[in-house]
Design a protein. Structure first.
Length: 583
């Protein structure tokens, strides 16, 4: 690939030290060294610091004509020192028609790296958020240039921004991130007199979709990409998946069957059944797929206190929430499994605490289905009950996947250019099933060949971690440094050490190894110390890699279209008929 030339600083430093050291000899969690590891110790190239050749204020006068296929306006450029690890020039501007961009350019000590961050939900805000890359040493030291975009619209996370605005839909789909990268690199070249030596992208949720969209559609934009919990199957995710979360939990009268007060009961039963399968009773399932929990074991017996058990209907809801959306014939309308065993504490996203409550899953569906799901066919009056769980409805809905989803498993151009990809997901994700990322990873290996994928991509699955972070497991880690080291020094990622921080104290560390390896306790020392774990590759289950569902063929290289605005409508080419042919 072309080289694209507090809450406690002590806690952050301790977590950083744990993240970057090798697992062997990591030391106890409680006594972590609070020193700051150097970038070279983390396996990064020793790149000389570069000073600007312009004053920050001069950025507003830069000529950026021709950088991208639209006018670029720089509105402001000011030096920021308050709250910054190092002073930077904050640049704000617009790529026409409406992509807001924000850049941070170190005014002293830029180490020739560029990091672009993604945004979540339906975006609408240009805020640089490093997420699980915030403890990367060169990010934390403020020596990288960085940027982000609102992806062509401002605010309105309900999707109404897309109404009568097809260009904003294109910008959100795939254009906004690309033009931001083009402009940011051009500004960097003029500000420092040279282009970045290395360029990276990191994002989670929709940011993960944006990351994969870049690898698929614009493989030369970044040398390394960290894609977390990617919403790359966006259309299915924001229709059938989230709608099923709500509707499968309602009775004939529209009342919820399962309420959140039952979730701790289910969670305890899951842990009782499966926690020890990995050799440790530690509140975490290192691979929930090995858990064969049956919620019917919780159905009340005669005379049993109802607070200690489930009704048959409630047990059925628990099973269906785990399994995911189906049609009347039992055909899967999303990748199985929808919600992994062990993630029950996170199910409050879609299991209400009381009758009459509108859960987040419902809002996800209505905001998306009303304005984005169906190409050139907005339906502001759409209600959840309008979605039909049928094959006909499925294929009609997923037509917009041709530009909104990032499902192409052939990343050959990205690999041939030297690009490195780190996919990651939390096993307890309540928004997006980790099985969706596993299905995409499996499709990559099937399409490109396992050996080819192993040369440029790795997948990490974090036990007990919820959507992009949080959850009961060690949930603070650094996904960017391994990508940088791989791109800059050919150091292939090994263990990523995740930390659990409670009341400003690191209470547990645990290594996470590239899939399919898992961490196993070596039998000595504290089970809360990453140093006492080793990698193991468990035998594959007979059903491993079984991603049989109605949209399985969406993981292909021939679904993708490119869109433009013609007479106020989206016109996407090449025209595809293969989706409907399989209805």
């Amino acid at each position: 690939m072309r080289r694209s030339f507090a809450r406690g600083r002590a806690v952050a430093a301790a977590v950083l030290a744990l993240v970057l050291v090798p697992v062997t000899g990591a030391g106890s969690a409680a006594g972590a060294d609070a020193s700051r590891p150097s970038s070279t110790a983390a396996g990064l190239a020793d790149l000389p610091a570069v000073k600007p050749v312009l004053d920050c204020a001069d950025v507003t006068g830069l000529d950026l004509d021709g950088v991208t296929g639209a006018p670029v306006t720089i509105r402001s450029a000011t030096v920021v020192t308050t709250g910054a690890a190092a002073p930077y020039c904050e640049v704000r501007g617009t790529v026409a028609p409406a992509n807001t961009i924000v850049l941070r350019l170190p005014v002293d000590g830029w180490t020739q790296r560029y990091v672009q961050t993604g945004c979540g939900g339906l975006c609408g805000s240009a805020t640089i958020n490093y997420g699980q890359a915030s403890t990367c040493p060169v990010v934390r030291d403020g020596t990288v240039a960085s940027a982000t975009t609102d992806m062509g619209h401002q605010g309105q996370n309900d999707g109404s921004w897309a109404l009568d605005n097809p260009q904003a839909q294109i910008d959100f789909a795939y254009r906004g991130v690309h033009v931001t990268a083009q402009v940011a690199k051009a500004v960097i070249k003029k500000f420092y007199g040279q282009r970045p030596a290395y360029s990276y992208f990191t994002g989670c949720s929709d940011g993960g979709r944006e990351a994969l969209m870049e690898a698929q559609r614009h493989p030369d934009d970044f040398d390394g990409i960290a894609a977390g919990a990617p919403a790359n199957n966006m259309v299915v995710q924001n229709t059938f998946h989230h709608a099923w979360n709500v509707l499968t939990n309602k009775d004939a009268d529209g009342k919820y069957i399962l309420l959140a007060d039952k979730l701790p009961l289910v969670h305890r039963a899951v842990l009782d059944a499966c926690d020890a399968l990995d050799g440790l009773t530690d509140g975490l399932l290192d691979d929930p797929r090995r858990c064969d929990f049956d919620p019917r074991t919780l159905v009340c017996e005669a005379g049993q206190d109802p607070s200690t058990c489930l009704t048959g209907a409630q047990a059925g809801v628990v099973q269906r929430l785990h399994d995911g959306a189906t049609d009347a014939q039992g055909r899967k309308l999303e990748v199985p499994v929808s919600h992994e065993w062990g993630s029950e504490p996170e199910w409050t996203l879609f299991v209400p605490s009381a009758q009459g409550q509108t859960v987040a899953s419902e809002n996800f569906v209505t905001s998306f289905a009303r304005y984005l799901a169906h190409t050139n066919a907005p339906d502001p009056g759409f209600q959840l009950s309008d979605l039909k769980f049928t094959a006909e409805s499925f294929w009609k809905t997923v037509q917009s996947s041709s530009y909104l989803a990032a499902l192409d498993p052939d990343l050959g151009a990205f690999r041939r250019g030297g690009g490195k990809l780190l996919l990651w997901h939390g096993w307890n994700d309540q928004h997006i099933s980790p099985q969706s990322t596993l299905a995409y990873y499996d499709a990559m290996r099937t399409t490109m060949g396992a050996r080819a994928v192993d040369r440029f991509a790795e997948l990490y699955l974090f036990p007990g971690v919820a959507h992009c972070g949080g959850g009961e497991g060690p949930n603070t880690f650094d996904v960017l440094t391994p990508v940088m080291a791989w791109a800059e020094s050919a150091t292939k990622p090994a263990a990523i050490v995740a930390s659990k921080v409670t009341d400003d104290t690191v209470t547990r560390t645990r290594p996470v190894y590239p899939y399919p390896q898992v961490a196993r306790y070596d039998g000595t020392g504290s089970v809360d110390d990453a140093a006492n774990f080793v990698p193991r590759t468990p035998p594959a289950r007979p059903d491993a890699g079984d991603y049989d569902w109605l949209g399985e063929r969406l993981y292909s290289s021939d679904y993708q279209t490119w869109c433009k605005v013609v007479d106020g409508r989206l016109e996407c080419r090449p025209k595809r008929t293969w989706l409907t042919e399989r209805a």
